[in-house]
Ligand binder design. Structure first.
Ligand code: UGA
Length: 448
């Protein structure tokens, strides 16, 4: 694929409604392509930060892009949907669809609220493009809600997003594929125009109906979750037999039909997408009467929970079954490295479980401590990685930040009560740790 440039493209005025990881990055990348963009959110503090070029979350490369795009004048922010309707005739919906409390289903309340407010503001000239991850059938519902009795209804298209946190700018700028759902020829033409630089750079471009587009997104995330839970199930079998899951993953991943990505065994998947997306899919499939066909996703979810429980069980075993009163250092709080996101973070969940079992838990994370403290105020946090090691009976590695690969492990062994490490992400050089005086256990790898 070539490099996506800013030159020669058509300039479109657009609004991007919802400025979370998805919306804020999409807005900045659209401005980078040369479009005039108004980002809209109900969160005043967030809009204020973005307006001043300050990212409301940590995402590599985003701060520089945001500052540059705000500087060009092509990227502005507002809390007003009315302003969005007046300014633009293309509106991307990037509103979050979190899991509903007490249910597996996605909470479409925030998305519906935006759509209903936009309904009276939009007309036949407008194109509404949904990017949020939604249960299949939502795009048709959105289209109905936006239908005007006078016939001058906006066009609705669905265009799911596949960016990964930590790579959000690169993934948005140079996607491997763009999927557009909706049959309207004018909607299709306008989206081709908007994405022209990416198509020219070689991104795959797939035009389909609403339902397929919606399902591509949840199917992709379900498949990724399945790969992770599969390898975590293998890790447990490896551990019971003395086999090595890292070598196993390398060996099966060398088969191009399987592929080596998403076969890293460890504490399992978390974040704002994979866990809630498979649950929302299960809930929607039940509504459709196709629940039995995706029943395996319940198992994927259960294996994922089990992965967290296993970390706690192995940690406890490494402490001779005595967790209460022991001091445990935790490396990592976020659900993955290069993000400050702690939503459904396996690291934070494991730390909280160890704390609940009576351990004194001290958590280090390079970026996620503020959100972690907000989510789990009962835990102890430190920006000084040494503190997580001091007087510890056990150190558990739970988020594979690059920072943890270059620690002076021999020096740190000396500040612990006992130098014992559980690498729950299989990402550390365990030989180097052992050479530095540590007793090390990994998940799914042979014990020494
Ligand atoms: C995921 C998808 O990868 C994106 O394609 C998608 O666009 C996004 O959700 C979304 O729906 O918005 P993300 O949530 O940023 O992206 O995170 P991933 O990189 O998928 O990682 C998810 C979790 O799986 C993390 O907790 C990570 O540690 C874990 N993981 C990943 C493993 O345990 N093993 C692996 O081999 C890979």
């Amino acid at each position: 694929m070539g490099v996506v440039g800013t030159d020669g493209g058509l300039n479109v005025r657009m609004s991007v409604i919802g400025t979370g990881y998805l919306g804020a990055v999409h807005a900045a990348v659209m401005a980078h392509l040369g479009h005039d963009v108004l980002g809209v959110d109900i969160d005043l503090a967030r809009i204020d930060a973005l307006t001043h070029g300050r990212p409301p979350f940590y995402e590599p490369e985003f701060a520089d892009l945001l500052t540059a795009m705000v500087g060009t004048g092509r990227l502005r922010f507002s809390t007003s949907l009315k302003e969005a309707a007046q300014f633009a005739d293309v509106h991307f919906l990037c509103v979050g669809t979190p899991q509903t409390a007490g249910s597996y289903a996605a909470d479409l309340g925030p998305l519906t609220a935006v759509v209903d407010q936009m309904a009276s503001l939009l007309g036949a000239k407008d194109l509404v493009v949904g990017k949020s991850t939604v249960p299949v059938g939502t795009a048709a519902q959105v289209s109905l809600r936006l239908r005007r009795p006078d016939g001058g209804s906006p066009i609705v298209m669905w265009n799911p997003e596949f960016l990964r946190e930590g790579f959000a700018v690169a993934d948005t700028l140079e996607p491997d594929r763009i999927v557009v759902g909706g049959q309207d020829p004018e909607g299709r033409r306008r989206l081709r125009e908007i994405y022209a630089p990416m198509i020219a750079a070689g991104a795959g471009y797939i035009e389909t109906d609403y339902e397929t587009a919606e399902l591509v997104k949840v199917a992709a995330n379900s498949f990724l979750a399945t790969k992770i839970s599969f390898i975590n199930a293998m890790a447990e079998v490896c551990e019971a037999t003395g086999a090595d899951v890292v070598t196993l993953a390398d060996a099966i991943g060398a088969d191009a039909r399987i592929g080596s990505e998403f076969l890293r065994a460890g504490a399992g998947f978390g974040g704002g997408c994979l866990p809630k997306d498979i649950r929302a899919f299960i809930a929607r499939a039940d509504e459709l009467g196709t629940g039995p066909s995706v029943k395996f996703l319940r198992e994927i979810d259960a294996i994922n929970t089990r992965a967290r429980e296993r970390v706690v069980a192995v940690a406890s075993a490494m402490l001779g079954g005595e967790v209460a009163g022991r001091r445990i250092g935790v490396l990592g709080a976020t659900f993955k490295p290069d993000s400050d996101d702690v939503r459904d973070s396996p690291a934070l969940d494991v730390a909280a479980r160890l704390h609940a079992a009576g351990a004194v838990v001290c958590i280090h994370d390079p970026r996620g401590l503020e959100s972690a403290r907000e989510a789990k105020p009962q835990l102890e946090y430190t920006y000084d990685v040494d503190k997580a090691f001091e007087d510890s009976d056990l150190v558990v590695h739970l988020t594979e930040w690059g920072d943890y690969r270059n620690l002076d492990v021999a020096r740190l062994a000396a500040v612990t009560a006992q130098p014992v490490l559980l690498d729950a992400r299989n990402a550390l050089n365990v030989d180097a740790w052992r050479a530095g005086g540590w007793t090390v256990r990994s998940l799914g790898r042979p014990r020494r």
